[in-house]
Design a protein around this ligand. Structure first.
Ligand code: MG
Length: 383
């Protein structure tokens, strides 16, 4: 069991400006949500009383969109340097003077509650605290591409954020810092002012997104979980000349009756994906009473479920559909169905299975009253 943290506040510095080529990295999506949102969510969930997000001038609309639906944060405008941005954040936050304040870079999105707890605990006998990792690689000095000696890594640490301080102590230290000199980070500022800064155990996942390729690395570090969902559907046979199954139209002497195109395979699969996400069923998203879904292609339903999965940073792993009927014969169309599903789901063919069975003339499918379909979907969601 973890004990409750003392009251604390936080500043998230997200004031970097975008490159000419695109948006600033703190508003880019990582695992389905904006980079800056990750830290703000974690700080609020850990009990931060207030989170001030310091943004570049003109980025307010972007920031509000990125943080929509969260409460407990407000915006402050940054300055010309990181130090000026932090000072603006501190001013916007205000006291009380002994309240712990965490100062964090939005570009380190994978913050976790244990780091926050270690930092605040360290303030009991220090003026500041920073998370850091020991240097594991051996270090070399080089000149013109040639090694010019080794550097002893003993006593060297890689500093991360958030860094924790008592409010008034960091305000005073920032005020005393010479304007012309760039500060490494707030811990260095406090140290210069004579404060004692304690090192606490950092977290490799707190990596800073610096280069474009860092996004792929961070994606791989996001904790994810495997989910499984199942779906079932059945439709009645009626007069017609073709039937839609798994997104493929098959000539047949009957058709399936339904509000949409009655593609039971796609309906079962859509429900399997929604089921794995705990996101209701196809009827919740596309009510059969709504005339706009009359006769529509069921591709729409499947794509909608996949879009909801992607919006949560998830991805499909594989799907498996079983069609249950006496007629038509599914086997000659199975490959086309797999190819269509693979295309709709952006999955490789070997991650898409379509099978068929009869019920040996028993039950409603055996008597030719209708066709049934069941489906399984395996997917990965952010844990
Ligand atoms: Mg249906």
């Amino acid at each position: 069991m973890t004990t409750a943290l003392p009251a604390f506040a936080a500043i998230v510095v997200a004031a970097g400006s975008g490159s000419r080529a695109g948006e600033a990295k703190q508003w880019r999506a990582l695992g389905g949500k904006p980079v800056a949102r990750w830290s703000v969510e974690v700080l609020l969930a850990a009990g931060a009383e207030e989170v001030v997000v310091v943004i570049a001038d003109g980025a307010a609309a972007e920031a509000r969109t990125a943080l929509a639906g969260l409460s407990g944060w407000r915006l402050a405008t940054g300055g010309a340097t990181r130090a000026a941005s932090v000072r603006n954040g501190l001013k916007a936050l205000g006291g009380p003077g002994d309240r712990p304040v965490l100062i964090h870079d939005a570009a380190r999105p994978l913050l976790d509650a244990p780091v926050i707890r270690r930092l605040i605990a360290a303030l009991q006998d220090a003026d500041g605290a920073l998370p850091a990792l020991p240097v594991a690689d051996s270090l070399r000095r080089a000149s013109d591409g040639l090694v010019a000696g080794a550097v002893d890594r003993e006593g060297l640490w890689r500093a991360q954020t958030p860094q924790a301080f008592r409010y008034q102590a960091i305000v005073d230290a920032c005020a005393a810092w010479p304007d012309a000199e760039p500060a490494t980070d707030e811990a260095a500022v406090l140290e210069r002012a004579g404060g004692r800064v304690r090192i606490v155990e950092g977290d490799p996942r707190l990596m800073k997104l610096t280069f474009p390729e860092d996004f792929a690395m961070a994606e791989a570090l996001i904790p994810r979980q495997i989910r499984v969902g199942q779906g079932f559907d059945a439709h009645r046979w009626g007069p017609g000349t073709s039937v839609w199954l798994c997104g493929v139209e098959i000539p047949h002497d009957q058709t399936l009756i339904g509000h949409s195109d009655a593609d039971a395979g796609l309906h079962a699969l859509t429900d399997a994906i929604l089921g794995a996400m705990g996101d209701g069923d196809i009827g919740d998203h596309f009510p059969p009473t709504d005339p706009q879904w009359r006769g529509v292609s069921s591709d729409r339903f499947l794509i909608h479920a996949v879009e909801r999965l992607h919006a949560r940073g998830g991805r499909l792993i594989n799907v498996d559909v079983t069609l249950i009927c006496e007629r038509p014969r599914v086997k000659p169309h199975r490959q086309a169905m797999r190819e269509r599903l693979a295309e709709l789901l952006s999955l490789p063919l070997d991650a898409v299975s379509v099978k068929a069975t009869t019920t040996e003339a028993m039950g409603f499918t055996g008597r030719g009253e209708g066709l049934a379909a069941q489906a399984l979907a395996t997917l990965e969601l952010i844990a």
